[in-house]
Design a protein around this ligand. Structure first.
Ligand code: FUL
Length: 503
C-alpha cells in the first residue's frame, strides 16, 4: 500500500555556506564550425560565451529520461529516511532493457538513473557500505542494477547518466566533514570508473541532516575535479552547474525568455536560495559570461517514485507535448522522469503515454513546409541555409549588424501552426527580440513574436497559410546567426497556444 508522502521540495532542504566553484571547471568552448565560410565573418560575438562540445551535444539530444527507482518504490515514500531494510528491495521482474527500449523507441537519447537517492541505498554493490543491493534478496544479493542499466542503455545506443545524491540519510559519516567527502568521492569513483562512458552526472542540491543530526558541507570543488578527471566528456548538472543548470522548478517549464548564458555569481552554489535565484535559473542572463544551459526535470506522474495510487495520474500525450513546448521549445532540455513499478518495469500506462507523445512529435516533424523554400534576407548571404535542414549552417546579416530580416516564399498549400526557430548556438546565443510576419492581402501582418531563440524556439500559432513569411530580428547582442526556420503542422489544431501573441 502506498503511504502519503510529504510534498517537500528540494528547497526545504537546501544547504547554506557550501564551498561552490561553479564555472571554474567549465570545459573549453568549441571552435567555430559553420560550413559556409562567407557566413562566419561577423565575429563580434567572440567575447560572448559558447558551448563546449559536450554542452552542444547535450543540448542537441533534446530529450533525456530520468529513472527514479530505489527502496522508496517499495515503501511508497518519496524520501526514504535511511532506515529502510535492504530486504524490501526485491523487484521480481526487473528488466532494464524494457526501460531502455521504451526510451529509445520514444525518441529519448540518454537515461539518468538514481544510483543513490537521499535514503543512501546503493543500486550497485559498492564497497563503501552494506546498504546496497548486495544486502537485498534481489538476484540473491548478487545483482548490480547499475550494470544492468548501463548494459541496457548501451544495447540501445543511449547515453548513460547517474544521479548520486550528496545528501545521504544512512551513511554514519554524513555530516562529519572529510570522512563523508571521502566516502562520497569513493562512491562517485566506483560509478565513474566501473561502467564505461557517462554523459551526465546529476547533483541534487538537497542538503538535510544525516543520522547524526549533522548537515554536511559538500566539497563541490573536489567533486567537480573528480568528474572532470574520470569522465572529462560528461556534463555536470546542479543549480549552479558547472555545465548545465537547473531550470528552477519541477513543473516542466523553462522561462519564456531563456538564455543559455548565466552570470555565475547570481547562483554561486547548489542550494542557493536568494530572492533572485528563481529568475536567474529560469531566464539565464544575456550578459552572462558562462555558458550553462537549463535542464527541465519533471515527472510523468505527480511523484518522482512509483505509487500505486498514481497509476491513473500519468500525464497524457497532450500534456507531455505541452511540456515539450515549454522546455525544448524554450531553449532547454527535457529530462522526463519515468519511475518503474516494484516489479522493476515501466507501467503500461506510462509506456502508452510515452508512445503517444512520440507519435505527436513525429506528426509535427513529419513535414516542414519551409524546407527548400526560396529565401532572401535584408543583408548578408546564406539565407537558404535556414531551410536546408543542416544544423551547422546559418544565415547572418554580417558585419556588426544586430538586426535584419529573412523572408521565405511558401507554396500556396503550405499550412502550419508551429514555427521552429534555431540559432547556430555553436557560435553563442545572441537574439533577444524577434517577430514573425505573414504576408496577407498585400501587407505584412504580425503573426507572433518572442524574445530568446537559442537552440530551439517553438511557437504555436493559429493554423496559417501565407504566400510569404518574414522573420524579423529586432535586436541581438551580437550579429545573429539563424540556422533554421521550420514550419510544421501539429496533430491537434485545438490546443492552447500560450506562446501566441498575435491576433
Ligand atoms: C529533488 C529530490 O529531492 C527529489 O526526490 C527528486 O530526486 C528530484 C529530481 O530532485 O531535489
Amino acid at each position: 500500500m502506498s503511504k502519503p508522502w510529504p510534498r517537500w521540495t528540494r528547497r526545504n532542504f537546501l544547504g547554506t555556506g557550501v564551498a561552490g566553484l561553479a564555472g571554474a571547471l567549465a570545459p573549453p568552448a568549441i571552435a567555430a564550425t559553420a560550413r559556409s565560410a562567407k557566413t562566419t565573418t561577423a565575429i563580434a560575438s567572440t567575447s560572448r560565451p559558447r558551448p563546449s562540445a559536450a554542452q552542444l551535444a547535450w543540448q542537441r539530444e533534446e530529450l533525456s529520461m530520468f529513472v527514479h527507482f530505489t527502496v522508496n518504490t517499495f515503501t511508497g515514500r518519496e524520501w526514504g529516511d535511511g532506515s529502510e531494510r535492504p530486504a524490501i528491495f526485491n523487484p521480481k521482474a526487473l528488466d532494464a532493457r524494457q526501460w531502455a527500449r521504451t526510451a529509445k523507441a520514444c525518441g529519448f537519447r540518454s537515461m539518468i538513473l538514481t544510483a543513490k537517492h537521499h535514503d543512501g541505498f546503493c543500486l550497485w554493490p559498492t564497497k563503501t557500505t552494506a546498504h546496497s543491493v548486495a544486502s537485498s534478496p534481489w538476484r540473491d544479493g548478487k545483482g548490480d542494477l547499475v550494470r544492468e542499466f548501463t548494459d541496457a542503455c548501451r544495447a540501445e545506443g543511449l547515453g548513460v547518466g547517474f544521479y548520486l545524491s550528496p545528501w545521504d540519510r544512512n551513511a554514519r559519516v554524513y555530516g562529519e566533514g572529510k570522512a563523508y567527502d571521502d566516502f562520497y568521492i569513493e562512491q562517485l569513483t566506483e560509478l565513474l570508473t566501473g561502467y564505461g562512458p557517462v554523459v551526465e552526472v546529476w547533483f541534487d542540491g538537497a542538503n538535510g541532516e544525516g543520522p547524526s543530526g549533522k548537515r554536511q558541507q559538500y566539497d563541490w570543488a573536489r567533486i567537480h575535479r573528480t568528474v572532470r578527471e574520470l569522465q572529462p566528456q560528461a556534463v555536470m548538472f546542479s543549480d549552479a552547474g558547472p555545465d548545465v543548470r537547473w531550470i528552477g522548478n519541477e513543473t516542466g517549464s523553462a522561462g519564456s525568455t531563456c538564455w543559455a548564458s548565466v552570470d555565475p555569481a547570481r547562483v554561486p552554489r547548489p542550494g542557493a536560495d536568494d530572492p533572485w535565484t528563481g529568475e536567474a535559473l529560469q531566464q539565464g542572463d544575456p550578459y552572462g559570461a558562462v555558458w550553462r544551459p537549463g535542464e527541465t526535470d519533471v515527472s510523468i506522474r505527480p511523484g518522482w517514485f512509483w505509487h500505486a495510487d498514481q497509476d491513473a495520474k500519468v500525464r497524457t500525450p497532450q500534456n507531455l507535448m505541452n511540456l515539450y513546448f515549454t522546455s525544448v521549445g524554450r531553449n532547454s532540455k527535457l529530462l522526463l522522469n519515468v519511475p518503474p513499478t516494484p516489479d522493476g518495469l515501466f507501467h503500461d500506462n506510462d509506456v502508452r503515454a510515452l508512445e503517444g507523445f512520440a507519435r505527436l512529435r513525429e506528426t509535427l516533424r513529419a513535414k516542414d513546409m519551409a524546407r527548400g523554400a526560396s529565401a532572401k534576407a535584408s543583408a548578408g548571404d546564406g539565407a537558404a541555409h535556414v531551410v536546408d535542414g543542416e544544423p551547422d549552417t546559418f544565415w547572418t546579416p554580417g558585419g556588426d549588424a544586430r538586426e535584419g530580416w529573412l523572408e521565405l516564399a511558401l507554396a500556396p498549400d503550405a499550412a502550419f501552426d508551429v514555427i521552429r526557430l534555431e540559432e547556430a548556438i555553436a557560435h553563442g546565443q545572441h537574439v533577444s527580440n524577434y517577430r514573425i510576419d505573414a504576408w496577407r492581402e498585400g501587407a505584412w501582418v504580425p503573426l507572433t513574436w518572442g524574445t530568446t531563440i537559442g537552440h530551439c524556439k517553438l511557437d504555436r500559432v493559429p493554423p496559417t497559410r501565407a504566400e510569404r513569411l518574414r522573420l524579423v530580428i529586432e535586436h541581438a547582442y551580437a550579429s545573429p546567426r539563424i540556422a533554421r526556420i521550420g514550419l510544421h503542422r501539429s496533430a491537434d489544431a485545438a490546443w492552447e497556444r500560450p506562446d501566441h501573441h498575435g491576433d
